[in-house]
Design a binder for this molecule. Sequence first.
Ligand code: ZN
Length: 836
Amino acid sequence: MGGLAAAAIALTSAPASALGRDSAVSPQPGQRVVPAGRLSEVSLRDVALLDSRYRQNMERTVAYLRFVDPDRMLHTFRTNVGLPSSAEPLGGWEAPDVQLRGHSTGHLLSGLAFAAANTGDADLAAKSRYLVAELATCQAASPAAGYTSGYLSAFPEEAFVGIEAGRNFWAPYYTIHKILAGLVDQYVHLQNEQALTVAEGIASWVDARMTPLADDHRQRVLKIEFGGMNESLADLYAITKNPDHLRLAQLFDEAVFYDPLAEGRDVLSGRHANTDIPKAVGAVAEYVATGDTRYRKIASFFWDQVVHHHSYVIGGNSNAEFFGEPDQVASFLGENSCENCNSYNMIKLSRRLFLLDPSRSDYMDYIEWTLLNQMLGEQDPDSEHGFVTYYTGLSATSSRKGKEGLDSAPGSYSSDHDNFSCDHGSGMETHTKFADSIYFTEPDAVWVNLYIPSELRWRDGTLRLRTSYPYDERVVLDVETSGRFAIKLRIPSWVRGRNAAVVKVNGRVEERSTGGSYVTVERSWQRGDRVEVQLPMDVTWLTAPDNPAVQAATYGPLVLAGRMGTDPLPTIPVVDPGTLLPRGGHDYTLDVDGRQVVLSPFLDVHHEHYNVYWAVPPKKQGPKVIASYGFDERDGTAREARRRRADAELVDGAVREPRGGGNAVLLDGAGGHVRLPEGLLSGLQELTVSVWTRVDVLVNNSHVFNFGFNPNSYFFLNVRTGANRARVALKLSGMEREDFIDADGPLPEARWTHVAVTLGPDGGRFYLDGSLRGHNAALQMSPLLLGATQHNYLGKSQSPKHPYLTGAVDDLRIFGRALDDAAVQGLFSGTNGRDR
Ligand SMILES: [Zn+2]
């Protein structure tokens, strides 16, 4: 046994460093320093996965890599250069008439490289060599087919002539990137020299196409999704040291994306997420190649913004593939949130950033959390070939569907030869390289980053990691080598509060630590020494940034999801966290509208509808009057009567107009509106909105008030719909339909009208001049879901398509409960005191 007295234990504290301030270096953007990545990656050959969910997922994907027909994967490459092919054409995104064809063959090269290296399987290596050799033959035939030398693709080169001329084509450089990345992976992991030669040929073709273009012309070409061209070319440079390869990588630096990130500005809203994420990955590769810290700032700022301001609780990002505004989460849900490719690429980005700055354990926390809560679960455990979903939807209507999905609709799984979506492709990579980040090494230290059962070959022996984590709190590391070195163990950031993690060596407690750091155990190790890490798990409810009442239940590192079977919820239900009770195994039950719903770790929920976010009422209800704006001031600022809320602002063409003894707000229909403070309705389970309005010109779809987040999450009053009725509507992104209450006609024109809307336990009521004009007893959406609304207006809609109100507004009051008929009548007739 080793001498415990000699053991030195250090706690590497790793606070999340401020953006742009790296722990190792603090240069200015643009300054050149030699990147000092001190960690070494471990070859996939030196890590073996032991049985676990990770290994089971990998085995299913490897079964697919064995199964998939290489000649079918080569068919369009061959026909593109006039070589014979009798293979049956593929379907889906690889069909001979689909512009993205060829991308999956690139993913296959990467997946085969990872799997062959990691398992040592000779068949996978042979299949790899066959594909590379046949692609080399296709590339060699390019000039005879009339293409530029080095061209290797499954579609004609005219695609590139087209995008240079400003015509549309579906992401041709994206496809080239997948092939180039696959070839680089074949060289790096299997030392296939022919793959390197073919990759260099592609680079020379890129040179011929891109170098002659003027800078602004090239920037226009970069508007079309190009994957990680800069990443793979910079990786190629790292191998060849050919300066042309680095220069070519930098030709793919897109200014409109990089410039604001370098300045620390988040302009991601409305941008296609998986077009952008690989550019940030490429920026790290270019930083490593050049030492230019501007690249590093771009990548690290992007990572921080995406992870902390654009990600859902499972680690994924984007809704319908696009980024939303920062911190919109509960208000930005859908069945097609969280494209799985995005998280594949964010994991890649996290890994590269961690290698540069291992004090940032949050990069590794992100990888673990996203693997557990999104990537493992994207794969159908009942599919022998590891089929995956395209998105991981997070609205209450979301599902992981049947066993064979033949399209890329939300929630359906991919298939053998008829899907080939981008996510089918990145799935071939995700599930074959779980071994690539478990360990990193230094000469005298091993970093244990991910608690994935595995065996590392290191020095003259092994380290064996045994655990059922995340279903078990205990991780064991058997040391089967000797000598003096440090073992660094990541304590995940979810370990918090009273329950510290405990690290033991040979049964003796060495260290207690809260999460968000690595514990270092350095000593002279003997074969047979054993390290144990205890990671105490608890149920924790995590809140959405845009609505503290919207929460997800987690247990340790696992997000829990409600199993909804064939009956999806219409929207996020209101629940009491106190009714979440252990059910045995890793499951819980939760009372949802009187029904006992089973919650399981999300990665285990398949072939049914599920729900991840829940509305949790705050303990204390708000005061009766939440806010009251009389608009009697003379300037552009309107004060809340008791200063309980921030001021409102009269914007653009909004001016004062005398009314009674005070003032009202006149709106010009051309941009004039009142901007109310954020979070006006936060935490309310019921409410009343009371406001006076005068509609001077009745225009369809102009709004008296609109409280919300974006065009899909709102609560508004429309003066007139196409059906000639005034309408109150409520919707949260992800709800299939909006809840609404219609009056029996439009708002009156050219006279002051009192409007009141109440939302309460018996539904919603809509009053005009004190009388009830509409009632919906079956509202599906709780006012709780309105939460910390970011855009609250009078006279303006969330949607830029809707006209502004032409008219006037006055005396807005919001109450924290649904007033009854008499109280609403009192508001209208003025007997109800302003600040009651
Ligand atoms: Zn995708």
